[in-house]
Design a protein around this ligand. Structure first.
Ligand SMILES: Nc1nc2c(ncn2[C@@H]2O[C@H](COP(=O)(O)OP(=O)(O)OP(=O)(O)O)[C@@H](O)[C@H]2O)c(=O)[nH]1
Ligand SMILES: [Mg+2]
Length: 192
């Protein structure tokens, strides 16, 4: 997969021009959004990854195969942010999610080890409210045994009230698993 960084935006005026279809990655800080972008593109350092939550603070756009864009969104639920930072995060997300005409899908990441947080649920409800297509991905699958993972996937489905036809894709950036299924799902939104 060919992938290149386009630009980083803190506000609307800084977004790249509308054009290719965009697929955005959202989720709690530290859940693995940037790692997943690197996994999917096969590029270790395309998106910046950190052990400390709050690494991605702006909206980052990447051009994929000269054809579509991946959009790395800043994470939520990071304990150490000030009130003004969390307000600016909210504005940044709303501006992008509510008005971006070329946004076709929001991949929402949740940590497979934990119950979805109140903010995870809010995020998913928000996508539904704005009629945005959402695809839930459970990250860090390497941290659980097969049994535990299956148990937690069922729990996550229940908590987010996913319908039978809605996909929940487990991935591991460490073991590089889940890529094919995720690419296949994303592909459905790029080609039509
Ligand atoms: N074991 C394991 N660790 C992972 C996986 N994905 C991400 N991590 C680790 O989790 C930490 C956070 O990953 P990031 O990709 O930076 O998370 P993010 O969601 O982009 O975080 P923000 O930019 O703060 O919103 C890093 O230490 C990663 O190495 C995974 O699948 N398995
Ligand atoms: Mg990040």
């Amino acid at each position: 997969m060919k992938a290149e960084f386009i630009s980083s935006a803190a506000k609307k005026g800084q977004y790249p021009e509308l054009g290719p279809v965009e697929i955005a990655f959202a989720g709690r800080s530290n859940v693995g959004k940037s790692s997943l972008i690197n996994l999917l593109t096969g590029r270790r350092k395309l998106a910046k990854v950190s052990q400390n939550p709050g690494k991605t603070r702006t909206i980052n756009f990447f051009l994929i195969d000269d054809k579509w864009r991946m959009v790395d969104l800043p994470g939520y639920g990071y304990a150490k942010v000030s009130k003004s930072e969390s307000e600016s995060w909210g504005r940044m997300m709303e501006d992008y999610l509510e008005t971006r005409e070329t946004l076709k899908l929001v991949v929402q990441l949740v940590d497979c080890r934990h119950e979805p947080s109140a903010q995870d649920k809010q995020m998913y409800d928000y996508l539904r409210y704005y009629n945005l297509a959402g695809l839930v991905v459970a990250t860090k699958a390497d941290k659980l045994s097969k049994n535990e993972l299956n148990k937690n996937l069922a729990m996550i489905r229940r908590e987010l009230e996913l319908g039978k036809d809605e996909k929940l894709v487990p991935v591991s950036a460490l073991n590089k698993t889940g890529v094919d299924e995720l690419i296949k799902e994303i592909g459905r939104y790029i080609n039509d």
